[in-house]
Design a protein around this ligand. Structure first.
Ligand code: AP5
Length: 214
């Protein structure tokens, strides 16, 4: 099963991806997580990636496509994978289709999460994440028991550099201009399923599972 989770920043892709990956035993491939990991290494490439992310801009297609192609060649992707945050542009989608076709594979489902812009700003401004394990918290009620310390791994819990209102709105406009054309692309390919991301986490998950199995 080869699945893509599509949606604006803060739509709940990461939250749902963890649940889908666990239920269907799929590797969860998040380009955002991959780039933040490289950025944390402090390498030259990492510094470049961080500058795009902090500005709310997309990382150039050539870099993203090369990184994902390499990741998809790993053994754990042989029986399927879940892509979160990739593709984000039409050239990325075309490159993915080409690479999969060469391997005799294709995308079976694209789950598109829809969420209102004001809800996105609210969610992302109050999001906190663990630097070590990526666990997600929210000032709106779901915070670690000890301030700044992850419940799961005792790692440091921080606010992402791109989770301030200005950058969130910039990310939204990048999504509208560069990523939303993928909705038509995958609708034309007859693999798109839209899910209302405004519902509770459990309700969204239930609808995603129905879409995957339907
Ligand atoms: P990335 O890390 O992919 O960020 P994003 O797409 O902006 O998405 P987020 O991680 O912010 O949100 P999410 O949808 O995962 O929501 P979450 O589940 O955390 O990318 C970061 C950057 O990397 C990009 O800006 C770009 O620079 C670069 N990049 C990455 N991929 C790239 C690509 N392919 N090409 C070029 N550049 C690329 O949820 C958000 C919050 O809401 C959380 O607090 C959560 O608890 C809460 N929440 C989730 N679901 C619900 C719900 N149902 N109800 C209420 N609250 C909820």
């Amino acid at each position: 099963m080869n699945i893509i989770l599509l949606g604006p920043p803060g739509a709940g892709k990461g939250t749902q991806a963890k649940k889908i990956a666990a239920k269907y035993s799929l590797p969860h491939i998040s380009t955002g997580d991959m780039f933040r990991e490289t950025a944390a290494s402090g390498s030259e490439l990492g510094k470049q990636l961080q500058s795009y992310m902090s500005a709310g801009k997309l990382v150039p297609d050539e870099l993203v496509i090369a990184a994902v192609k390499e990741r998809l060649l790993k053994k754990d992707c042989a029986a399927g994978f879940l892509l979160d945050g990739f593709p984000r542009t039409l050239p990325q989608a075309a490159a993915l289709d080409k690479a999969l076709a060469e391997a005799g594979k294709k995308i079976e489902k694209v789950i598109s999460l829809t969420v209102d812009e004001e809800e996105i700003v609210k969610r992302l401004s109050s999001r906190r994440v663990c630097l070590s394990c990526g666990a997600t918290y929210n000032l709106a009620g779901q915070m670690p028991a000890k301030e700044g310390v992850c419940d799961t791994c005792s790692g440091k819990v921080i606010q992402r550099a791109d989770d301030n209102e200005n950058t969130i709105r910039k990310r939204m406009s990048v999504y509208r201009e560069q990523t939303s054309p993928l909705i038509k692309y995958y609708t034309d390919n007859r693999v798109l399923r839209e899910v209302n991301g405004m519902l509770s986490v459990e309700e969204v998950f239930k609808k995603i599972c129905e879409a995957i199995q339907g």
